[in-house]
Design a protein around this ligand. Structure first.
Ligand SMILES: C[S@@+](CC[C@H](N)C(=O)[O-])C[C@H]1O[C@@H](n2cnc3c(N)ncnc32)[C@H](O)[C@@H]1O
Length: 248
């Protein structure tokens, strides 16, 4: 059984592909327009990855902390134009006690990397303690579908992407033995010029809407708003995403 290694974020070569495979898109625009810097000046981008949202929020006038545990991802974030406008922290929840912010973003399914109930509840407690009064917690979770990633490329239909470091690559995913709530999968990246295929084994936890709302309330949050996609579609069973905005 292949164990998750999250090489997608931990391996320097794979981290350098992240922005080409997951470019800025409607999700980034949606999040960038949610908050007014006057009402929520100081924001934390928790699991900020390669830093695109953190930098964009800083450019828009927020004071931004970008927190990320994978050093290769944070290194890329720090190298981008305007990166000096963000306070970058290498780490995870252990870095949060003592910080106080007006909003927390956890975008592109960071919440699903908290795979056990205990780690998820601990995360919510720590985030609640990090938010100032009137603060907002904003995050997304994929809705569990069968198959779990219906839009991702498969071995029969890989997606070709132009990348800066390696030229054209092809990527696809395969599913590994999983249960309904904990889905294990492998990402494959063929660097065409080098004739090399790199791999990342990941695992994501799926939660349903009712479970998330119960956990938010238990951690002391109030649910303010939900959406089902990055065009503002309401959350309802066919919507691919579950986007939550909770208040402190
Ligand atoms: C799919 S990426 C999303 C990155 C970024 N938020 C974005 O929107 O592009 C998931 C990120 O979650 C981070 N992550 C995984 N486990 C984490 C943890 N325990 N604490 C904080 N971040 C974590 C990963 O290192 C990775 O950068």
């Amino acid at each position: 059984m292949q164990e998750p290694d999250f090489a997608e974020f931990q391996d320097r070569r794979l981290a350098s592909l992240y922005d080409s495979v997951s470019p800025w898109g409607p999700d980034g625009e949606f999040y960038a327009h949610l908050l007014d810097p006057a009402a929520h000046p100081c924001v934390l981008d928790f699991g900020c990855g390669t830093g695109n949202l953190a930098i964009r929020l800083a450019q828009q006038g927020h004071v931004v902390i970008g927190l990320e545990p994978a050093a290769p991802m944070l290194e890329i974030a720090r190298s981008k134009p305007d990166a000096e406008r963000v306070s970058w922290i290498l780490g995870s929840i252990e870095e949060l006690p003592g910080q106080q912010v007006d909003a927390i973003f956890m975008t592109s399914h960071v919440a699903q990397f908290f795979r056990t109930d205990s780690s998820w509840r601990e995360l919510l407690d720590v985030l609640r303690g990090t938010l100032r009064p009137q603060g907002r917690l904003i995050f997304d979770i994929r809705r569990r579908t069968d198959p779990p990633f219906p839009t991702w490329p498969t071995p029969e239909n890989p997606e070709e992407v132009a990348t800066r470091p390696f030229g054209p690559i092809q990527w696809w995913h395969t599913l590994l033995p999983s249960d309904d709530r904990l889905v294990r999968y492998e990402l494959h990246y063929a660097l065409l010029a080098e004739g090399v295929v790199l791999h990342s084994v990941n695992e994501l936890r799926f939660r349903d809407e009712a479970e998330v709302v119960t956990d938010l309330v238990s951690a002391g949050f109030l649910l303010h708003q939900t959406y089902g996609d990055f065009d503002g579609t309401p959350m309802s069973p066919p919507s691919p995403e579950m986007i939550f905005i909770a208040g402190a």
